[in-house]
Design a protein around this ligand. Structure first.
Ligand code: AGV
Ligand code: CA
Length: 311
């Protein structure tokens, strides 16, 4: 998993760890929608809840061309202070961790089976890893990437931009452009489909009714932190990464379309994913059975973890 430490990246990591058929072999954290140290702490603590702290975490030192707002990036500080996480042991030195690109190359080189790469943030680590070690390409079964806005408006609203881009692509449009050009077996879970799954009060209420399950309680606390973004339409928090993560276990609930597209790397539309006939082949999700999705997430969050097992 390649994530960038935002609230739904951490929820996605948590959800991925509940999936029985998934073996997580490494987690890279990129300082895009987060500051790296607190995000690594959150990631590690979540691994530890599952007794899986042996899973390697890689630290990315990439700098995006277009930085995320600092208020968003600072969220893991709050997350680490939540009652469900604050007392988790944390004695990891973030500077002792392997570099994300090295970890990716290492894990793929030595994988004995094809690997799925789930990306819930920007993609520069994967692009650099393939440039440095082209042989890893053969180990990639598929890349599932939360990113893009194909037939809908983007979610970037800033200077020198016309609003057509999605943030994960916009952070580093050059790497994104290169990733498309690589024509890997890539499935994008873009805003076109994530717009169907907002974080809403009905869902949070159902989750709260099952909060005697430790993970439901933790997830409810995490999602509650997103609600202050709701009053203005453009800042509705969606289950962007969580939906992409569910694609791993519920692929049949998604409608995919094979398209050809490119990424723009110049203003005023840097990061826009454009459908054009001369573009690169990839698949995009255009629809999802959202009732099944919400139901699945609620159910997975009833998974019992170490803390409860030892009560
Ligand atoms: O564009 C969606 C991506 C997802 O990977 N991120 C958040 C998810 O982790 C960027 C983003 C868009 N709007 C945001 C974002 C918001 N209101 N708060 C934090 N991040
Ligand atoms: Ca993210």
């Amino acid at each position: 998993m390649e994530h960038d430490g935002a609230i739904d990246d951490l929820l996605s990591q948590l959800l991925l760890l509940t999936m029985k058929d998934v073996e997580v072999i490494g987690i890279n954290v990129t300082p895009a929608d987060c500051f790296i140290e607190p995000a690594i702490e959150s990631s590690y603590k979540i691994l530890q809840l599952f007794g899986k702290e042996k899973i390697s975490i890689g630290r990315s030192d990439k700098n995006g061309i277009n930085a995320f707002p600092n208020e968003w990036r600072a969220r893991p500080e709050v997350i680490n202070a939540l009652p469900t996480l604050i007392n988790e042991r944390y004695d990891l030195n973030p500077y002792s961790l392997p570099k994300a690109v090295d970890l990716l190359i290492d894990k793929l080189t030595f994988a004995d089976r094809p690997v799925t790469i789930l990306i819930t943030g920007p993609c520069p680590n994967l692009v650099e890893a393939i440039k440095r070690a082209p042989h890893i390409r053969d180990k990639i079964e598929q890349v599932v990437w939360m990113g893009g806005a194909f037939r809908t408006q983007g979610n970037v609203q800033t200077y020198q931009h016309n609003g057509t881009a999605e943030w994960n692509i916009y952070w580093d449009p050059e790497s994104s452009k290169e990733l498309f050009a690589l024509e890997l077996p890539l499935v994008c879970i873009p805003l076109d489909v994530t717009n169907n799954v907002p974080v809403n009060k009905e869902f949070l209420s159902k989750l709260a009714f099952q909060s005697d399950h430790y993970l439901s309680n933790l997830a409810g606390q995490l999602w509650a932190l997103t609600i202050d973004t709701i009053p203005s339409y453009h800042y509705v928090y969606f289950m962007w990464d969580v939906l992409a993560t569910c694609f791993i276990s519920l692929p049949e609930e998604f409608t995919l379309e094979e398209v050809k597209a490119v990424v723009s790397d110049r203003p005023p539309n840097a990061g826009q994913t454009q459908l054009i006939e001369s573009g690169h082949k990839l698949k995009i999700a255009v629809d999802v059975n959202k009732d099944i999705f919400y139901h699945y997430v609620l159910n997975q969050l009833k998974t019992e973890i170490r803390l409860q097992a030892t009560l």
